[in-house]
Structures are given as C-alpha cells and as structure tokens.
Design a protein around this ligand. Sequence first.
Ligand code: PMP
Length: 414
Amino acid sequence: MSTDGVPERTGNNLDPWYANYAERAAGFAASEVRALFAVASRPEVVSLAGGMPFVSALPQDLITTSMDRVMREQGPTALQYGGGAGIPALREHILDVMSLEGIRGASVDDVVTSTGSQQALDFVAKLFLDPGDVVLAEAPSYVGALGVFRSYQASVVHVATDDDGLIPEALRETIGFLRSQGRRIKFLYTIPNFHNPAGVTLSAERRPEILEICRQNEILVLEDNPYGLLHFDEPAPNALRSMDPEGVIYLGSFSKTLAPGFRVGWALAPHAIREKLILAAESAVLSPSSFSQLVVAEYLSTVDWRGQIDTFRGVYRERKDAMIEALGEYLPQLRWTNPNGGFYVWVTMPDVLDSKQMLPRAVRELVAYTPGTAFFADGRGRHAMRLSYCYPTPEAIRLGIRRLATVINGELDL
Ligand code: PMP
C-alpha cells in the first residue's frame, strides 16, 4: 500500500489494473516461447511444435451435409440454449465411442459434454482444487493441464514414467513421501494412451496396479484420453475407467478423431460427481454449443466415423514413420520414444544441450519444436523436446529433422 491507501502497482507492468488481479491470475503466465511460436507459424518454418490435427483429411463435403441437415431438420434446437449436461443424442453416441475402449454399461446420465475436453479439465480442477492442493501427474505432462492446475493454485508433483507409462513403484513412493509431509493429494492426472508429450502408453499390466494404488490411498484418477483411438498397430489397452467406474473421471474429445473446431469434448464422471460437474458447467457456460453438438451427433449417425478414424491413423502413421526414420538418419546421437499412436515423439538430448536456449537458433534455421520445460511444473525438461508429426507432410518432417540436426550439431560443435 502507498501512504494514500491506494495499492501500489507492482512489477514493471503497463497494465493499470495490475495490482487488482486475484492471486490466481499470477498462474496465467504466457509461456516464454509463445512469441517464438508466432514466428514459427510463418510458412517457411517447418513447425514440429504444435499439436494441430490434420483436418484436411476429413470429408469436408459430408461435414457440410451434416451441418445443412442439422439446420434444416433441427434449426430451432441448434440455435437455442441446451441443457448443462449436453444434448442427449450426442451423449448416446459418446457411449458408443467409449465402448471401443472397453467402457461398457455406463449411463448416458453420467456423460457431460463440454467445450473441448480442455473445459472439462477446467471444471474438474474447479471442483476439486484448493490452493496448495497436490495434483499428481506424469513426468512430463500435458502443458494445457499444467496451466489449468496452476490457475487454481495447485501444485503439480510429477511421477516418473518409462516406455510403459507411469511407474507404479514411483507412484507409491511419491504418495508416501507427500503423505509424510502432510500434503493433500486431490487426484492423479494421467494420459494413459499415446501420451502428450511423451508418446508412451501405459501398459495393460500396469493399469490395474495404478488403480489399486489410487484406491488404497483414496486418490481420484483423472484419465485424459483424447488420442486413445488413434493407434498404429495394436489398439491401446482398455481405458482405466472401464476397470473402476467409481474411482475414475474419464475425459474424451472429438478434437482428434473429428475436428477441434467443433470444440466438443466430454467427461464421464462417477455418478456421485456428475451433478456437481453439471453445476460447474452451468455456472461457466450455461450450456455448451447446441449447434456443434448436433452437427457432431449428425456426423456420427450418418458418416462412417470409424472409417474416418482409420484414415487418420494411416496419415499419422506415415508421418510418425517419417519422423522416426529421419531421427535415425540425421540425429542418431539422441534418444526418442517411438509411439504406437497419437501425435508426439519425446526426444532426449545430451545434457550439454538446452532446448529452450536452442529454440531461437532453430527458428533461424526454419524449424520449430516445443522445449521440454513446457511439460514440467518444476523446471525440468531442459534437455528434452517434444516433436509433433501430426500436421506437416512426411517430406516436411524429413526437412525439419534435417534442419534440427544442423542446429544440434552446430550446438555440439560437430
Ligand atoms: N488433453 C490432452 C492430453 C491434449 O493433448 C489436448 C489437446 N491438445 C486436450 C486435452 C484438449 O483437447 P480439446 O479441448 O481440444 O478436446
């Protein structure tokens, strides 16, 4: 406070309202690499940074037909507010989609649609997190989830992973340690399939063990699964939710299996939680977009959506293969994961290299990636980076990796 009782403006910020923000607003910090990403979106830059689905592989004409039909047959409903839980017809389809991952017998009442699964993630965080609460998450974890947890002033504690996903023993030890410190653990946030950013999948053997550890310690599981149906070889093991309907909140999305532009995702919540989730949704948005939900429902009833997912798998598989091959050819001195689905490869570099420091040089060489530090809440990840193969063509991917090799070899003085 200054002497006249007016709060002093702290920091060197030009925003006149700076001192008035709620404490939680400190969690809304732009990432240090955001400005660089703006540069990286220039067409001459090969961007291996973003996670944009390749929507050009969609049947645009059939989507247009779905939109037309919705407007002709259900115009007034599409243009009106809907219920907070979402449109029932779409929620029925969502049960079908989830049955592909072993989730059977769930009630349509327990599905709550949202504006992308990102919003469902926010609702869950809003319902469960008080400042100082602990969220357990894989090391590394999805940058967008870390941002949500930070915005509710929770602290993320990372749990070690390997090529088979979260390590049960590490989970047990982390929980034991946190409990001994008197910390409140609210939930385990996990991306079991084709992890963003690690590219790994939690093995079938580990799934019941992880659930058992959480059950014993009364820790809710938040299973985030937007990539689960995008496998290359064998399908992902059944969802955690299929094994523990009361202990898991499952998040799903049409962003990767259809298109992120509709912004339609969902949560499947234990029955006890779903009412609160709907109240959180209603207070935030009244209802998600009726139009988007109806178009997605129409698409699912009239288009061969399973076939379309197969098409996506083929596209992403070819791109993943191009990336792995190029890494082997141009950067054999690095280590990387070899995903069996999804969008991402996690690359680990020698300790002398720092991916954040190196990024401006990479952008000058016309290639971009996401530095590993974005995926940790505790500053780790300097020697790692996430490479996405979802959007660029195989040729562009090869070119991008070749440019990256120039940068890395330059840094290593080779
Ligand atoms: N979770 C993960 C792991 C993601 O990668 C993403 C998108 N990048 C989301 C959630 C959010 O997806 P959406 O809101 O588009 O459903």
